[in-house]
Write a protein that binds this ligand. Structure first.
Ligand code: 5AD
Length: 351
């Protein structure tokens, strides 16, 4: 006999840990009552550490050139319809300048795995950002690299690194990626990033092709055990130039439900309401925040390149999504009872 779902929710709230089977019962037991209860508990936990603050990060999409062919991704190497671009270090510094003036104190450098961004180029760039803006955090989201490379980037001054694990199931990993990419290598990178001293983010897509409830339960157990400082989850959205073009998109409601659960697993985790959530639903980001998310990452990339960083169809790039529209974002976040914070917003450390 399965444990009653309300007992499981209480156990999660009190111990921040469940078995994989219990996570599965939670996922399968999603209904308006369990959703509301998890949301309530998630907000109580978040409030203890972060109050009503939502942290803003300036996202700079540095390049859409990528050596990989992830089957779900619009900027994968073999997509001939993707117009490629790369920002120069000078362009990136200009984005930081604009972002700093807009009040941002974290810059996220995200891009495909573009060989141009060698350790030397990145280290010099990171040092320059840190020299000009010593009060800012630098987050990197540049994919898989060697441990030596991660060490150099950390020594150059980068603070955080985002690398979604994508799925904690090896077979599912192989459905989403070509043979040149492996689950073991992904895990190696995450472990190295942790050892090197970064604040580390993992994460996955909700509703990705081939994903089952069992896979999601495994992702939650992985997140519990890995103890990330940040965790990015968003609905999968098909891209017209990929083999998953006709696949179904992930659900906003399930994504929000999982945000509440992840908040309860790690009450201090930094949890973004992602662009994918905002793309699927006009008020997706607000729903994410109300479910337990406490980070939003507006786009600071130069306007001309934004439409080229199309990981999935219809990806938002203006409106409240753009860093320049900070006032609108502020108004929207305040309208649901939260405030925006422009501080560095490091992860809360209990000592
Ligand atoms: N839909 C939703 N998210 C996607 N990503 C890549 N392609 C898609 C898509 N089609 C996510 C991946 C990656 C992050 C940068 O964007 O999880 O790690």
């Amino acid at each position: 006999m399965n444990k009653d779902i309300y007992e499981i929710i209480d156990k999660l709230k009190n111990t921040h840990s469940l078995t994989k089977e219990e996570y599965l019962v939670l996922i399968k037991g999603r209904n308006p009552d369990t959703t509301e209860l998890l949301m309530k508990y998630a907000n109580e936990e978040r409030k203890k550490y972060y109050g009503k603050e939502v942290f803003l990060r300036g996202l700079i999409e540095v390049s859409n050139i990528c050596k990989n062919d992830c089957y779900y991704c619009g900027i994968r190497k073999s997509n001939p319809n993707c117009q490629r671009y790369r920002l120069t270090p000078e362009d990136i510094l200009m984005c930081c300048k604009e972002g700093y003036e807009l009040g941002f104190r974290t810059f996220v450098l995200q891009g495909g795995e573009d060989g141009y961004f060698t350790d030397d180029i990145l280290c010099e760039l990171i040092k320059n950002i840190k020299k000009d803006y010593p009060d800012c955090a630098v987050t990197l989201s540049l994919g898989e690299r060697s441990k030596e490379s991660y060490i150099k980037l950390k020594e150059a001054g980068a603070d955080r690194y985002l690398l979604r694990h994508e799925t904690a199931d090896k077979n599912h990993y192989e459905i989403l990626h070509p043979p040149s990419l492996s689950y073991d290598e992904r895990m190696r990178c995450l472990k190295d990033l942790r050892e090197v001293g970064f604040q580390v983010g993992c994460g996955f897509m909700v509703g990705s092709p081939g994903q089952t409830d069992e896979h999601i339960a495994g992702d939650l157990k992985f997140i519990e055990e890995f103890k990330p400082d940040m965790c990015g989850i968003g609905p999968f959205i098909p891209h017209k130039d990929t083999k998953f073009k006709d696949a179904k998109a992930g659900s906003v409601a399930l994504t929000c439900y999982l945000l509440s659960i992840i908040r309860l697993i790690h009450p201090t985790v930094l949890l973004p309401a992602t662009t994918a959530l905002g793309t699927m639903d006009e008020t997706g980001r607000e729903k994410g925040i109300l479910s337990g998310a406490n980070v939003v990452m507006p786009n600071l990339s130069p306007k001309e390149v934004r439409k080229k960083y199309m990981l999935y169809d219809n990806k938002l790039s203006d409106g409240a999504e753009s860093a320049q529209a900070k006032e609108e974002l502020k108004r929207r976040i305040e309208s649901i009872g939260y405030t925006i914070s422009t501080s560095r917003g490091d992860v809360y450390k209990k000592d």
